[in-house]
Design a binder for this molecule. Structure first.
Ligand code: SF4
Length: 305
């Protein structure tokens, strides 16, 4: 297989757009696409401090690298925040490499742990709560979002960048659609739901137009020492089932993922209009963090554990 652009040996056959690319053209194409997402959605402003939600995995490593690359021209300060959920055999083994990766980019890494901030590791939470209907990802997602927001605020970041790729974004769209959760659906986008509250650090997703496989290929071609392992709790989540269905559809009908994303982006203003009253955010009566509920989800879950 040859690169459609230059005739060199191709490293990828992008069936969804009908062209093959060599290493150089693939890397250029991915970087151009990320820059376009940033520009089109106004994700970065000169001089900002961006905190990258960093796990040491392929997506967040690629994101950290690309933002660091852009940081000089845009006068950005880049930091990384890693949440140690306390997942034995997974997170503990990836932290040393994550530290090395940040050092290689000269990025300061801030580590916050469930154990210190929530009082228990995710392993302990899941063990103790094995009889309830919630899986590890439910606790993990809620606590992690809260801890990243708090840490980003503490270090004075203007925005949190997260490594959600095309697959993650499409899974979120479909999962919320299947659950009928319009409010959560209205928060999906390149700029994830900007609440008008000084305690809420806005979240941006520069990789949302890059398929997961291409994030992996980018890291391999760039020789990043990243962790490609899967979290042991991932396969228990609802998102995992959605992922299988969407991957099946993409296999049979290439371009499905992009079609889902583009269609969603077109109807998003109408969805946001439908739920606009929910944007009025209040404070959690327990922890005072921003929430649209009386007691935020994190405090509600904390009670269970
Ligand atoms: Fe947390 Fe679930 Fe992700 Fe594992 S797969 S890190 S439990 S959200």
């Amino acid at each position: 297989m040859k690169c459609t652009t230059c005739g060199k040996k191709a490293v990828i056959d992008r069936v969804y757009e009908g062209r093959a690319l060599c290493k150089d053209h693939f890397i250029k194409s991915v970087e151009k696409s990320v820059s376009k997402t940033i520009r089109k959605n106004g994700l970065l402003i000169r001089g900002e401090h961006i905190a990258v939600g960093f796990s040491g995995g392929k997506d967040s490593s690629m994101l950290l690298y690309l933002l660091r690359k852009l940081s000089k021209a845009r006068n950005l300060k880049i930091s990384a925040i890693l949440v140690d959920e306390g997942i034995k055999g997974y997170r503990d083994v990836s932290i040393p490499d994550a530290k090395k990766f940040c050092d290689s980019l000269d990025v300061k890494l801030h580590i916050v742990s469930f154990k210190k901030k929530i009082g228990k590791s995710l392993n302990d939470i899941v063990k103790k709560n094995k009889d309830d209907k919630l899986n590890g990802c439910t606790y993990c997602g809620v606590f992690r979002r809260k801890l990243i927001n708090e840490e980003a605020r503490r270090i004075g970041a203007n925005k949190v960048a997260i490594g959600h790729n095309l697959d993650d974004e499409v899974q979120s769209i479909m999962a919320n659609y299947i659950r009928g959760d319009i409010l959560r659906g209205s928060r999906i986008g390149a700029k994830a739901f900007v609440a008008e509250d000084e305690k809420f650090v806005p979240r941006i997703k520069p990789l949302r137009d890059i398929p997961e496989k291409e994030c992996a290929l980018y890291c391999i071609l760039k020789n990043f020492d990243v962790d490609f392992g899967e979290c042991p709790y991932a396969s228990e989540s609802f998102r995992w089932s959605v992922r299988d269905v969407v991957n099946d559809l993409e296999e049979k009908y290439p371009g499905t993922k992009f079609n889902i994303l583009r269609t969603f982006d077109r109807i998003l203003p109408a969805i946001q209009n439908t739920v606009k009253t929910d944007k009025v955010i209040g404070k959690c009566s327990v922890c005072s963090e921003p929430t649209s509920r009386d007691v935020c989800k994190a405090c509600e879950l904390k009670k269970l554990i």
